[in-house]
Design a protein around this ligand. Structure first.
Ligand code: ADP
Length: 295
């Protein structure tokens, strides 16, 4: 199955251009859409999920045209929205059962099997009779994935799933996502670089409604090989260094500033070459550096 996004643009009534001529091809496996808040990720996710229309462009999943055949799309879609509200007074078991009915699983015995298997898969079996209002953030997100998996979806969209989770919950959530079959399309929209580097075999960076980099993380990182330099500098030198170099990122470190710089030629003065990371790609893109490989 392939998801094809062609020339999608969207301007909201307030004039915000949330998506500008976005085109992407996404095949089976885990795809990371990485971008800062306000980049247009949710707008794109909602458009793919047929929850809102674009002004221009087309989206197809297999042979389904999303804007023309929303019903067919819904039958193959599992969606975990950014704001996933749960009914606080219902148990996980009862809500999953109800949602499974809504998805068309009307046979009681079959539904019981589906719900039980999802509760096991998301490690919520022990808490299945607890009211959802008592769940932790991580448990709610795992419940969110459980409901998104009802009915064997072929396209799964998870929008900012790990924002607000503590490291352990995030780890559990990553493990759960990575267990989803390889024969479905999973799109993970996130502003958290580690979500993408730990999980995704393909990725894109989106910024101000535009797609900037697309590819396999490993290949994309290779374009930065021998071109990322790290150094520890005095805070007072930062402005000068920024003027003279392509600074990818800088962060305070033990009272000094650790900077990472993009440079095609070797750097001296205490800078050392380091292995590039996805975070370098991301910050370089956000900071508008011309690193090669970008569109
Ligand atoms: P992200 O998910 O990457 O944070 P969004 O798609 O939510 O980005 O938002 C992209 C831009 O569109 C932002 O500037 C946001 O303020 C704006 N936006 C999102 N939804 C609406 C809306 N319903 N009406 C007007 N502007 C919106």
């Amino acid at each position: 199955m392939e998801l094809t996004i062609q020339n999608i643009s969207k301007t909201y009534p307030n004039g915000v251009e949330a998506l500008k001529n976005v085109s992407l091809k996404i095949g089976n496996g885990m795809f990371g859409l990485l971008g800062p808040n306000g980049a247009g990720k949710s707008t794109l996710m909602r458009t793919i999920a047929a929850l809102q229309d674009s002004d221009e462009g087309t989206i197809t999943v297999g042979d389904i045209d999303v804007s023309k055949d929303k019903q067919s799309l819904r039958e193959i879609l599992g969606y975990l929205p950014q704001e996933f509200g749960v009914y606080p007074k219902i148990s996980a078991n009862d809500l999953l059962d109800h949602l499974a009915v809504m998805k068309g699983i009307t046979d009681t015995k079959q539904r019981k099997e589906v719900v039980e298997s999802l509760l096991y898969q998301t490690n919520l079996w022990e808490a299945k009779d607890q009211k959802l209002g008592t769940y932790s953030g991580g448990m709610k997100q795992r419940f969110g994935i459980a409901q998104a998996l009802i009915g064997d979806p072929k396209l799964i969209i998870v929008d900012e799933p790990t924002a607000g989770l503590d490291p352990m919950e995030r780890n559990r959530f990553h493990n759960l996502l990575s267990e989803i079959g390889e024969n479905v399309i999973v799109i993970l929209s996130t502003h958290i670089v580690d979500d993408v580097s730990d999980l995704c075999n393909n990725m894109a960076i989106i910024l101000n409604g535009e797609v900037h980099l697309v590819g396999e993380p490993i290949q994309l990182i290779k374009t930065l090989d021998q071109k990322v330099w790290k150094g520890l500098i005095e805070k007072s030198d930062l402005v000068e260094i920024e003027k003279e170099n392509d600074v990818i990122s800088s962060r305070l470190y033990l009272g000094k500033v650790q900077v990472r710089i993009f440079s095609e030629s070797p750097m001296q003065n205490g800078f050392e070459s380091v292995n590039p990371e996805i975070e370098d790609l991301y910050f370089a893109t956000i900071n508008g550096l011309s690193i090669g490989g970008s569109e």
